[in-house]
Design a protein around this ligand. Structure first.
Ligand SMILES: Cc1cc2nc3c(=O)[nH]c(=O)nc-3n(C[C@H](O)[C@H](O)[C@H](O)COP(=O)(O)OP(=O)(O)OC[C@H]3O[C@@H](n4cnc5c(N)ncnc54)[C@H](O)[C@@H]3O)c2cc1C
Ligand SMILES: C[S@@+](CC[C@H](N)C(=O)[O-])C[C@H]1O[C@@H](n2cnc3c(N)ncnc32)[C@H](O)[C@@H]1O
Length: 684
């Protein structure tokens, strides 16, 4: 879903003022001093950072903020963190989770912070990653990954209930070490400062976690006390007489909020804790899922061994020469659409960062044109335009004239443009990811290698070890509990360029996809053959592919002139009945079938036990036809889960990806999961 940008004016001192709230973002000319005094000092951050690694080795320090605004608080916090690193302090990784309902435009951020030149390096590092106004979490990295900013766009009252402690949610759990409670004066923004906010702050704060706010309003103090915080008044900054700081001391007050937010059957617990760090991971697989996992894990200092069953990496579905890079979006922000939108913007940022690090994989962010090629598709596309659910920078309607200019070839169709999409060479991408992982000195690749159940059981005897199955369409053959996979063969053609297609400069997408020419060929994809796992090249499917393109693009004379392709490649996709990936711990199916046998009785969720999973074993598969879009975010979710770091997606989205979701749904509908999925492929 899209949001509106903040409407900002600048007062005589050059300080930004929000037109909607008629309040300043920070104190005139002394914004950084205010941040230092109110938020950094009253949360005692610098001393806590310097000692944190001794008491909580391997754990991140997490700051929560209400109201990102211009980012001044964030940038000033980065400034202190970097200075301390340069002074030789050994600091924990920093996670900065902020919410924002009215994102400030990059231009307004630059103007607002002109008076603070020491922040410029951080602003310059962030702005290229700064998100479009799309609801959800936008994860960005600074200082080579030492600082992670999770900017959650949307209303704080929708966002905070979606944050989760990485450990089991109990009295003793928590996510946030220190809060910056900003967000305009309570009198100017009463909708934000209500009891629901304080209950969430208490639920999410770690025991003895702290909070600071510029206001000393009596209502705020009383609400904080009622939620379990011990509050203290301090002298206010500048013209303000008083401000508040607080520590979470009463834990029992949050019991009801915790229960209301826990779905025990989608329970996720970090394997890595301060007492039991994760050190080594073996990944089975050699495709894009494994590449993303190996890259992300090694960046966090984890040793990785990739076991690939084939004689080389990227021989499975990730072996096609070219693939289209774009999300699948509907007129409604369904879970599936949200996952695609978030995955796409995350993946684009991820790929741009790889390229900045010197990764070399052929790609072109040349845009993807979704052709409105018949009445039904046109009606769907118009519904999406009218719904105005997505930012225009993500997807927008274009006329046939614009389409023609963008495509560079005759294009008598209107449609939708995904301007940041394009194409990528998947095997080159996988090689780049694994090369970067190997360069850390922490990653080894073993080809023609897999692991037996005995080897896995020996390896996972150490609590510092984990195994991840990223085995694509071979997953149904694994000796692991039955999950509902759908395997679908596909063939993509290498279609020779003809003079009329030479000028094509964007990916065309209809029932299939057709890329601009690369090395003399267009990728023309692809067929769908359910439950067929053979990878032989078939002329009959080449004919089907060509016919499908010629029929969809009937009005493009140039497509009718294309010759039957002579070469191509077939591979098998792994999908699921709801078309969403499988990401998370491997469920202990026998135990869960027993524990959740009576879900259909619809008792309150918290009366059920927590999901039992197979210790230290995880899965990432089911990327279907969009692995280039979804793999990076899905890998980031799994790595964050394993390492006990904040998740880059909402609780609802993480639940929607949980590998046991079909078992739970079947329990609710009183269906026999094993009878339906025992053969490891879906019968729906
Ligand atoms: C014809 C076709 C066209 C496609 N077009 C696009 C597109 O345009 N855009 C897009 O985004 N996506 C596209 N896809 C989908 C995309 O290719 C997949 O989503 C993605 O490659 C899946 O990656 P993966 O790592 O999960 O699986 P794979 O790439 O299939 O990798 C699985 C790996 O697991 C290894 N393995 C299997 N079993 C074992 C074992 N027991 N032990 C060790 N290793 C094992 C295999 O050797 C292989 O390396 C297409 C797919 C097909 C088939
Ligand atoms: C005082 S400003 C924050 C200043 C900011 N910390 C900075 O460094 O610029 C308050 C911010 O809270 C945001 N905000 C107000 N109500 C909100 C809500 N309900 N949900 C999320 N953000 C909100 C405003 O849009 C604004 O950007």
């Amino acid at each position: 879903m899209k949001l509106s940008h903040a409407q900002i004016s600048f007062n005589a001192s050059g300080t930004p003022v929000a037109d909607t709230f008629t309040d300043v973002y920070f104190c005139d000319a002394r914004g950084c001093e205010e941040t230092d005094y109110v938020f950094v000092e009253q949360n005692n951050l610098l001393a806590r950072w310097s000692e944190f690694k001794q008491s909580q080795p391997n754990m991140p320090f997490v700051i929560g903020e209400t109201g990102f605004g211009t980012g001044l608080n964030f940038f000033q916090t980065c400034h202190h963190y970097k200075r301390m690193l340069e002074e030789g302090y050994s600091l924990p990784r920093l996670y900065y989770l902020s919410t924002e309902k009215f994102p400030v435009t990059p231009a307004d951020i630059q103007q607002a912070l002109l008076h603070y030149p020491h922040l410029l390096p951080f602003i310059e590092a962030l702005l290229p990653q700064y998100p479009m106004p799309l609801v959800g979490c936008h994860r960005m990295q600074l200082l080579n990954g030492q600082i992670t900013l999770d900017l959650w766009l949307g209303d704080i009252h929708d966002i905070l209930p979606q944050w989760q402690s990485p450990q089991i949610e109990t009295h003793a759990s928590g996510l946030i070490d220190a809060w910056y409670l900003d967000g305009f004066a309570p009198s100017k923004n009463p909708d934000m400062w209500n009891d629901a906010l304080f209950a969430q702050l208490a639920r999410l704060t770690k025991p003895q976690g702290t909070l600071a706010t510029f206001t000393a309003a009596g209502d705020v103090r009383r609400s904080l006390n009622a939620a379990g915080f011990s509050t203290k008044k301090a002298k206010g900054f500048g013209k303000k007489r008083e401000m508040l700081s607080a520590t979470l001391t009463e834990l029992h007050t949050r019991e009801s909020t915790i229960n209301a937010h826990t779905l025990p059957y989608y329970h996720r617990a970090a394997q890595h804790t301060k007492h039991r760090p994760l050190a080594r991971v073996k990944i089975l697989g050699g495709g894009i899922a494994s590449g993303c996992l190996a890259y992300l894990l090694t960046r966090q200092g984890i040793q990785v061994e990739v076991h690939c069953a084939d004689s080389d990496i990227a021989q499975g579905a990730s072996g096609n020469d070219l693939g289209g890079f774009y999300p699948q979006l509907n007129a409604q922000a369904s879970h599936a659409s949200q996952i695609h939108a978030s995955s796409f913007v995350y993946a684009k940022r991820f790929y741009d960062q790889l390229i900045a690090q010197g990764a070399q994989f052929e790609h072109d962010w040349c845009g993807v044109f979704l052709v409105g090629f018949n009445d039904k598709v046109n009606a769907r596309q118009h519904a999406l335009r009218d719904a105005q659910v997505w930012p225009e920078s993500l997807i927008r309607g274009i006329s046939s004239a614009e389409a023609q200019a963008i495509a560079g070839v005759d294009m008598p169709y209107e449609g939708l443009l995904i301007e940041h999409g394009g194409w990528i060479s998947p095997p080159q991408l996988v090689k780049s990811l694994l090369t970067l992982a190997i360069e850390t000195g922490l990653c080894q690749i073993k080809t023609q290698s897999t692991l037996t159940p005995d080897q896995i059981s020996v390896f996972t005897q150490s609590p510092a070890h984990a195994v991840i199955y990223a085995t694509g369409a071979s997953s149904p053959q694994l000796p692991i509990p039955p999950l509902p996979y759908r395997v679908v063969r596909g063939q993509v053609e290498s279609a020779g360029v003809i003079p009329q297609t030479q000028a094509l400069k964007t990916v065309l997408c209809h029932k299939g996809y057709f890329t601009p020419a690369v090395h003399g060929y267009h990728a023309m994809g692809s067929t769908y053959v359910k439950e067929d796992t053979r990878c032989d090249y078939r002329e009959s499917e080449a004919e089907q592919n060509l016919a499908m393109h010629q029929q969809s693009l009937q009005q493009c004379a140039w497509m009718q002139e294309m010759q039957l392709p002579q070469t191509g490649r077939a591979a098998v996709r792994c999908s699921t009945p709801d078309h969403l990936p499988l990401v998370g711990a491997l469920p202990d199916i026998t135990q869960q079938l027993n524990d959740y046998a009576h879900l259909y009785q619809a008792k309150p969720a918290y009366t059920y036990p927590r999901a039992q999973n197979i210790a230290q074993q995880y899965i990432l598969t089911g990327l279907g036809s969009r692995g280039l879009t979804t793999a990076p975010l899905m890998a980031e979710i799994l790595v964050s889960q394993l390492l006990g770091q904040p998740l880059p997606v909402s609780r609802t989205i993480a639940d929607a990806l949980c590998p046991n979701r079909f078992l739970i749904r079947d329990g609710i509908r009183r269906l026999d999961y094993l009878a339906r999925f025992k053969g490891n492929t879906a019968k729906e």
